[in-house]
Design a protein around this ligand. Structure first.
Ligand SMILES: Nc1nc2c(ncn2[C@@H]2O[C@H](COP(=O)(O)OP(=O)(O)OP(=O)(O)O)[C@@H](O)[C@H]2O)c(=O)[nH]1
Ligand SMILES: [Mg+2]
Length: 300
């Protein structure tokens, strides 16, 4: 997120022009609420004539630090039954890749030879957690195949249904399989869907209702995958998915393709949805829990 650098260059040798500053902040995908707040803070704090770019950068940092949770929010392990994570989003944002990356990440946590993993709640396991994948994107045969390749590579079991099967029924069956085999994490990859298509959103509601028949708290996490390079559109996606099914967090992908990442700030400030993980490439390890303090520290 190096937009502060271009901001510094842009305003280095001239007085702050409020309109120009506003435009630069919006262009960095910080969102209208955040931009307005930053400008208000600056205008209240300093006499306009003495305001320099240093003050602007300080205010931007402070406002962003105030809005982002400083520490990563871990995925909590449910004791004695599968922890279900539902992965949703519009087409092509990186759901399937992120499902595989998250599975790999969760597999690496815990285990008797490692220090207790904070992410795994109160009782770290005496072994690595077991992960299962559910190929709930049943619209395309290729989607099942794509997740299957990851499952083989990661050495995890994948539950799949017939092409065009009901994703809710598939997730229901996958839960049964996961519970029967004492699997800790069940990750359900779903089909890409436009946030504006109500029938497709209703299908996700059905997936949630069906999983809740097994465990009223399932899915324990509903993570929306957004592509950082789509900028402001990610905010409307988050709003619609939040309204339709409720979200517990975001996975922001393709941060390697956009120096910005301002969308993380905009979605947190406007909708209160935290970013939980970030994707920074196509490889399995190009993935990490989102760390707010680090994000702010690395902003310039
Ligand atoms: N550069 C980069 N590419 C990514 C990242 N995450 C995913 N991709 C790529 O984005 C493309 C789409 O990823 P998928 O995981 O298939 O996306 P999806 O959301 O499952 O797509 P649909 O199922 O068709 O909706 C692939 O080429 C991925 O390799 C990332 O963090 N950085
Ligand atoms: Mg997919």
């Amino acid at each position: 997120m190096n937009f502060l650098r271009s901001l510094a260059q842009q305003f280095a040798a001239k007085p702050i022009d409020w309109e120009e500053l506003e435009e630069a902040l919006v262009r960095a995908d910080l969102g209208v609420a955040m931009t307005t707040q930053i400008i208000k803070t600056l205008q209240e704090r300093e006499a306009w004539s003495v305001l320099g770019i240093g003050d602007v950068i300080k205010a931007v940092r402070e406002e962003i630090a105030r809005i982002l949770p400083p520490d990563p929010t871990p995925i909590r392990l449910v004791n004695g039954k599968p922890t279900v994570i539902l992965i949703v989003g519009v087409n092509g944002t990186g759901k399937t890749t992120s499902t595989a990356k998250l599975a790999h990440y969760l597999q690496g946590k815990g285990g008797s030879h490692e220090p207790p993993a904070g992410d795994l709640g109160q009782s770290p396991l005496p072994r690595r957690p077991h992960v299962m994948l559910a190929a709930a994107d049943t619209f395309r045969a290729a989607a099942i195949e794509q997740l299957g390749i990851w499952a083989t590579r990661l050495g995890v079991e994948m539950i799949q249904g017939q092409y065009n099967a009901d994703p809710a029924a598939l997730c229901y069956e996958a839960y049964q399989a996961a519970a029967g085999r004492k699997i800790e994490f069940l990750l359900c990859d779903t089909a890409g869907r436009m946030h504006t298509k109500m029938n497709l959103m209703a299908e996700l509601q059905k997936v949630k209702r069906t999983l809740a028949k097994h465990d009223p708290d399932a899915p324990h996490e509903t993570l929306l995958v957004v592509d950082a390079t789509t900028g402001g559109n990610a905010l409307s996606q988050a709003r619609e998915f939040q309204n339709a099914i409720g979200l517990t967090g975001l996975i922001v992908t393709k941060l390697d393709g956009s120096g910005k990442g301002g969308i993380v700030v905009a979605i947190q400030s406007e909708l209160g949805i935290p970013t939980r993980f970030v994707g920074t490439g196509e490889q399995i390890d190009d993935f990490a829990p989102f760390d707010g303090s680090k994000f702010v520290a690395e902003m310039l």
